[in-house]
Design a protein around this ligand. Structure first.
Ligand SMILES: C[S@@+](CC[C@H](N)C(=O)[O-])C[C@H]1O[C@@H](n2cnc3c(N)ncnc32)[C@H](O)[C@@H]1O
Length: 330
């Protein structure tokens, strides 16, 4: 027996799917005729119900993956492959309070609301009124609206939540809002971002490095589907080539600075980068003409000799040593 308010998935033999919230006395209109919701509630999961035209539908319990795929869309929504990883990275689970922007169509909001449970909260910010309304409709449809607080505003004025455990931004210019993050989250909170192009990622990284953030990570998630046929198992012919990059960082404003981290930062910033930082290594060269190879070997030997002298000078400056008798030091 299912209760009113529960979301159910109906699937017919051709794979046609309907996701609906059960309401007492209501009916679902399908391409194959109508089904009484009371019949569905009485039958329960796994059972088959018939439309008034005698067509069969199976009743299933939708997963959060089904819910995300089922939201009504007016914007690009996040793909489940990215959502899965970010939920773990941000530590989303029962009782977590998380800030989000933009809400878009509510694809990510659905997943966040599902996992924070009845004791957690999603504070989602969307500047466009039409998308704000769409997310409201989608959250009600998924039966998750009581876990979401929506704000129809531009985050250039900041976020409407404080002391949250995590934050995620899916907006094209997140670097412009980094200064608002420390007011919205607890010190050390994990923050995530989705961006489609590498130049946006570079811009964000530069801004994160200048502001109070640590533990930076950039990932791209690839998903390859296989045709699930036992005797001819092989990848699908097509795959989604690129969706976006995920960037993560901890907000460190209000955190004590770890001493070893502070000294490492100092050391990393000391002096110029190593001379061979961007040099192509000999073993990486293909089909190098003999002369070019010889020149590369000579340049490498020269750079090595210079580095040895530099290191010797550096070492002697750090730890003055007594010159040994009979060495060429004198
Ligand atoms: C790609 S959509 C987000 C999709 C969403 N993650 C989902 O899964 O459905 C980006 C949204 O960010 C909103 N947005 C962009 N800049 C914003 C800002 N400064 N403040 C609030 N919302 C913003 C846009 O209006 C748009 O709806």
């Amino acid at each position: 027996m299912l209760n009113a308010g529960q979301v159910i998935l109906l699937v017919n033999p051709q794979g046609k799917r309907y996701l609906r919230v059960l309401k007492e006395g209501d009916e679902i209109h399908t391409h194959d005729g109508k089904i009484l919701m009371d019949d569905i509630a009485a039958a329960g999961y796994g059972k088959i119900v018939e439309t008034h035209m005698g067509r069969k539908y199976q009743i299933l319990k939708p997963t959060v993956h089904d819910l995300i795929k089922g939201v009504k869309r007016q914007t690009q929504i996040m793909y489940p492959k990215e959502i899965g990883y970010l939920l773990l990275k941000l530590g989303i689970g029962p009782g977590v309070r998380v800030v989000e922007s933009g809400s878009g169509s509510g694809g990510l909001t659905t997943a966040l609301a599902y996992y924070v449970g009845d004791t957690g909260k999603v504070y989602t910010h969307e500047k466009r009124p039409e998308f704000y309304k769409l997310v409201k409709r989608n959250m009600e449809w998924a039966g998750l609206d009581h876990r979401v607080e929506q704000f129809n505003l531009d985050i250039e004025d900041g976020f409407q939540a404080t002391d949250c455990d995590a934050l995620f931004l899916d907006v094209p210019n997140p670097w412009e809002f980094l200064h608002h993050i420390p007011k919205a989250v607890i010190p050390g909170a994990m923050c995530g971002f989705l961006l489609p192009t590498t130049n946006q990622v570079s811009e964000l990284l530069a801004a994160l490095e200048k502001a109070s953030f640590s533990d930076l990570e950039v990932v791209e998630i690839m998903l390859r589907r296989y045709k699930p046929i036992a005797e001819r198992l092989r990848p699908e012919d097509r795959m989604v080539g690129h969706t976006g990059f995920l960037i993560f960082a901890r907000s460190t404003e209000g955190c004590d600075m770890m001493p070893e981290l502070a000294s490492r930062k100092k050391r990393d910033n000391r002096g110029k980068p190593p001379a061979d930082k961007y040099k192509v290594k000999k073993e990486d060269m293909i089909d190098t003409p003999a002369e070019a190879l010889k020149a590369a070997q000579e340049a490498e030997a020269k750079a090595k000799a210079e580095t040895t002298v530099e290191t010797a000078v550096e070492n002697s400056a750090e730890e003055p040593k007594e010159p040994k008798e009979g060495t060429s030091a004198e």
